[in-house]
Every structure is written in C-alpha cells, then in structure tokens.
Design a protein around this ligand. Structure first.
Ligand SMILES: [Zn+2]
Length: 160
C-alpha cells in the first residue's frame, strides 16, 4: 500500500476545497470515529484493515472494497493509522487468534509481540534471572514497556 499520510485537519481542508458543500464538523466526526474503530482493530467485512478516510463516507471497509482497486498509489490515509499500519505489519491481532492457541504476549492494543525482536538491555546480562525460562515472560514485558526509554530500570534485577 502506498498511502500518503495526512492529518485529519489537513485532509478536511483539502477535501472541502473540492467539495465545498460538505459539512466540516460531520466529516471530522466521521473520520475520528473511523480512526477509532481502526485503532480498536475493527476490520472490513472481507477481513482486511479498514481504510479510515474512505470509511468516513462508505462505512468501515478496506481500500479494495471501497475503490475496487487492489493497491493505493496516491491516496491519502490519516497519519496515525499509517503509523500503526507500519508498526503492526505482519503481526497478528489477539482477536484473530484461536483462543486455545494464544500464547506469548501482546501490546496494549492487542498485537502480538515477537519477543525475539525485543532488545535486551545490558543490565539483564549481569542479572541472575537472565535466561531463566520462568522469568522470561516478565522480563520481556518489562523490556517492551521501556523500549522507548533511554535508561532501563528493573525492580526484579538480581545481581549474579
Ligand atoms: Zn474489504
């Protein structure tokens, strides 16, 4: 997908220039509600992620179902939806997994986290719990929660 990221405000400005008779408040309301649905993992009836901008007019549906085209080349999409699309690419959502097969852990918005991709802070290398399979899940959750922090803190740290 080659969406062009745009903020809701910028998109509405452009849209109203071409469609001056439409209601600005209503467009914004519909966009925000579609964006919210998108972030909550609402899918198109075909199972794909919804296209927030198109869904504001067409109801929650994906780009292909709304336009009949398989790929977007120069269509807009709300920036925070594009950001989320990139960060969740290839990751399964908890709602899409057979409940009997759920294992591992998930981010707050329900996407599977591949623990192999979580960086191990240097503190962990001198911790007695490093490589302890019983602690691994808690360690990974702690590492993931702090992935954007400069300094890693761990209350379970136990010097080797
Ligand atoms: Zn669809």
């Amino acid at each position: 997908m080659g969406f062009i990221p745009i903020t809701i405000d910028d998109f509405v400005k452009i849209h109203l220039k071409h469609n001056p008779s439409e209601n600005e408040a209503e467009i914004k309301k519909n966009l925000k509600s579609a964006l919210n649905d998108y972030k909550n993992g609402v899918k198109c009836s075909c199972g794909s992620d919804i296209w927030v901008i198109g869904s504001a007019w067409a109801g929650n549906s994906c780009f292909t179902c709304i336009t009949g085209e398989s790929h977007s080349t120069d269509d807009y999409e709300i920036d925070s939806a594009v950001k989320k699309m990139e960060s969740t690419k290839g990751r399964r959502h908890i709602n899409d997994i057979d409940p009997a097969k759920i294992s591992g852990f998930f981010s707050d918005d329900g996407y599977e986290i591949n623990s192999d991709l979580i960086k191990k802070p240097s503190l962990c290398l001198v911790c007695a719990k490093n490589d302890d399979p019983n602690e691994e899940m808690l360690c990974n959750m702690n590492r993931y929660d702090q992935k954007d922090e400069i300094e890693f803190k761990c209350f379970a740290f136990c010097k080797k």
